[in-house]
Design a protein around this ligand. Sequence first.
Ligand code: ADP
Ligand code: ZN
Length: 761
Amino acid sequence: MRAVVFTCDRSGHAIKPSSPAEQRKAQVTKSDLFEDQSNHRVSVLLPLPLTGAYDYSCPAELNLAPGDIVEVPLGRRTLHGVVWGNAQGEVDAKRLKTVLRRYPVAPLPATVRRLVEWVAAYTLAPPGAVLRMALSVPAAFEAPPAVILFAALPPSQPPPDIRLTPGRRRVLAVLQDGPPRPLRDLAFEAGVGVSVVKSLHSAGALTLIEEAPPSPFKTPDWTRPAATLSAQQADAAEQLVAAVKAQSFSVTLLDGVTGAGKTEVYFEAIAAAFAAGQQVLVLLPEIALTAQWLTRFEDRFGCQPAAWHSELKPPMRRRTWRAVAEGQAAIVVGARSALFLPFHNLGLIIVDEEHESAFKQGEGVHYHGRDMAVVRAQLGQHASILVSATPSLETFENVRNARYQLANLPARHGVAELPKVELIDLRQQPPPRGRWLAPPLADALRETLERGEQAMLFLNRRGYAPLTLCRSCGHRYECPSCSAWMVEHRLSGRLQCHHCGYTEPRPLSCAACGAEDSLVASGPGVERLAEALLADHPDVRFMIASSDTVAGPAAAAEFIRSVTSGEVDVVIGTQMVAKGHHFPLLTLVGVVDADLGLAGGDLRAAERTYQLLHQVAGRAGRGLKPGRVFLQTHQPESPVMQALAAGDRDQFLEIERRQRQAAAMPPFGRLAALVVSAADGAAADQLALMIARAAPQLEGVDVLGPAPAPLALLRGRHRRRLLVKARREINLQKVLSDWLSPLKIPNNARLAVDIDPYNFL
Ligand code: ADP
Ligand code: ZN
C-alpha cells in the first residue's frame, strides 16, 4: 500500500495525491466551520452515486459541524446525508434548499470521512456510493425508544393516602431495597401482576423515570487470565502489544503455520487496546468462521463481541451500528463491510486470513477490505495486524521492503506436527474406472478407516458432475443465461448453473435428439465422490460439506460438532472445509484434483492453489496423531506442487515473486480491469470498441483487449473485458479518469472499473 493520500476533486473523479499539509488541512475541525457558518451554508454529501457534495443552507441554531448526519430535501423527497465541509458557493444562495434537521446520533468520525474519500479516489467510485456503505443503517440515526422505569417516591415527597394491600406493600418493599425497574421486572420480583404496579402509579405512589436503553454489548474483561504462551508466542505477542501501545500507524504481518496459536497471540494485542480504552475491529473473510471465533473470544474476555455480517437481523444491525457510533461496542468482529463502521476511538484493526480473496468486493465499489483496513489504520494513526499462514504476495513484498513489520510463529503449538504431504502422479497411477482415488490414496483411506481414524476428501466442486452430456448426440447442457455448463445435483434431482443459480429438473430424454436414458455425467463432484466411497465402504459414516448441504452458521456449527465428536468417518468437502476448523481426530486428507484451480487466466491461480491446498493440508494431524496428506495431480513437477510437497512456502513465494516481477504484474505493476456489459451483444461490442479507440498512448501503460470475457454471457448479459497494465510509478487512477470520464456511456450498456482485479472471469 502506498503511503500517499489521494483526494478527489468535486467531480469525484479526477485524482491527485495530496501533500501532508493538504491532508492536515483536510482534517477540518469544528471551529473551522463556525467561521463559514456566518453565511449559514454547508456542503452535504449524499449516499448516492452523484459527482460530489451539494450545498445547503442551514438554520444558524443547528450549529452544524463536519460529520453531522442530517436530513435534507432532494427533489421531492427527503434524504439523509453527512455535512462534509464548507459550502462550495457555486449555487445562488436564494436557490439553496435548507437542511431540515440533525439526527440525534454521534457525527461520522473524521477518519471515516477521509476513508470514504480515499476509497472513492482509489476505486474511482463516486464518493456518495462509498458513503452509502458507511451509512448502511439509517434506522440507527434515530435515538432508540427510552426504557421506562418505575421508582419509589423521593423521601421528601409524602406518600398518598391509599389502601396498602399485601401485593402493593411488596412492590414498595422491592423498590425500597433497590434501583428503579422496568414494569415486568418489578411485578415479577414483587410476585404481583403488572396491574398492581400500574394502579400504584396511578394512585401517585410511584414515579416514572425514562432512561436510554442499555447497550446490547458488555465490556470485555481484558484482565482475565490468558493462555500460557510458549516463548515464541510470547515474543510475537510482545511485539504486537508494543505496536498497539505506540498509538501510531503500523502494519505487522503475524505469520505462522496453521495451529501455531496466532489467534491466542493477537488476543494479547486486543487486550492491550482494551486496556488503553480503545475499540478494536477484527475482519474475517467468512461468516462461517465467526461462530468458533466468538466462542474463543468469550472464553478469553468473558463476553460476546459485536458481530457484523450480511445475516445480521435488522434490529441487531441497528443496535450494533449505534453502539459502535456511541462508543458502547468495544469490539466488532465482522466481514469486510465492518470497515466502514463509525468507530470514534479505534485503536487496532486485525485482518485474519489476510490472503483471502473474499476481502475483495466484486460489485459496486470494488474495494479490497485488507488494503483499505491498512488505509484506515493510517488515517486513524493506529496499529493494524495482518494474519495468515500463507500471506499474499502483496503483503509478503511489503514485508520484504520493510514497509510492514513481521512477527513470526514458526511451529505448531503443543505436540501437533505439520502433516507429511505426498504427491500422486495421476499420469502414472490413474484411479480405476468409475473411481476417483488413485491406489495410494485408496489404500491410505482403507488403513485410516481400519484404525478408526477420520479422513477428509477434498474436491472443490459442488454437486454430482460438472458436465452432463447426451451419449447419442453429444449435446452438452449449458445455462441459457451464462457461458457455463449446467452442473448435475443428484441429491435434488436437478441441473444447476453455479453462476446465476438457474435450475431445471434433470431431463429424462435429451433436449437435442430426444434419445431416452442417454444422459451421462462427466467428471466428479462431491456427490459422485460420496457414491464411489459408499461402493467401496458400504458401512462408512460420511458427510458431504458444501454450500448446498451446510448452509448458514447454525448448520456450520452442527457440522463442526459432528466431525469433532467423531460421529463421522469421512468428510467429503469443497473449499468450505478448508478453513479455520480444528478437527483433532482427522489424520488423512486426500485432495482429489489438486490442479483444479490452476486452469484459466487468473494471475493469482498458482498462489491461490497454494494457499487453498496448504490450508486443506493443515486440517490433518491437528490432534495427538500425526497426519498424512495426498495430492492427486497431473503436474507434480509444477512449482506449486513441489513447494506443497516440500512444505517450503517461502520457496514457492520466491518463485512466484520472480515470475510476477518479470511480467510486471501486481504488486510490481498496476492493473485495472474494464468490464463492459449489455443485454445485447452488439451494444457490448460497440462500447468496448469505443473505449479501446479512446485509449491513451502513454509510455508504461498497456491496454489489452477488448476480448469476450471468459464468462462471455453472465445472467443474460454479454460481457467484454479490457485489461490495463501500468508501471508501478504511474498514477493509474488519473490515467483512467482522463480516459474514461469524457466518454458517453450509452444507456443500453454498462462499464465497471475494477482497480487491482482479483476476478478475471
Ligand atoms: P492459528 O490461529 O495459528 O491456526 P490457534 O490460535 O487457532 O492457531 O491455535 C491452535 C490451537 O492451539 C487452538 O486450539 C488453541 O487454543 C491452541 N493453543 C495455541 N496456543 C496455545 C497456548 N499457548 N496454550 C494453550 N493452547 C494453545
Ligand atoms: Zn447461469
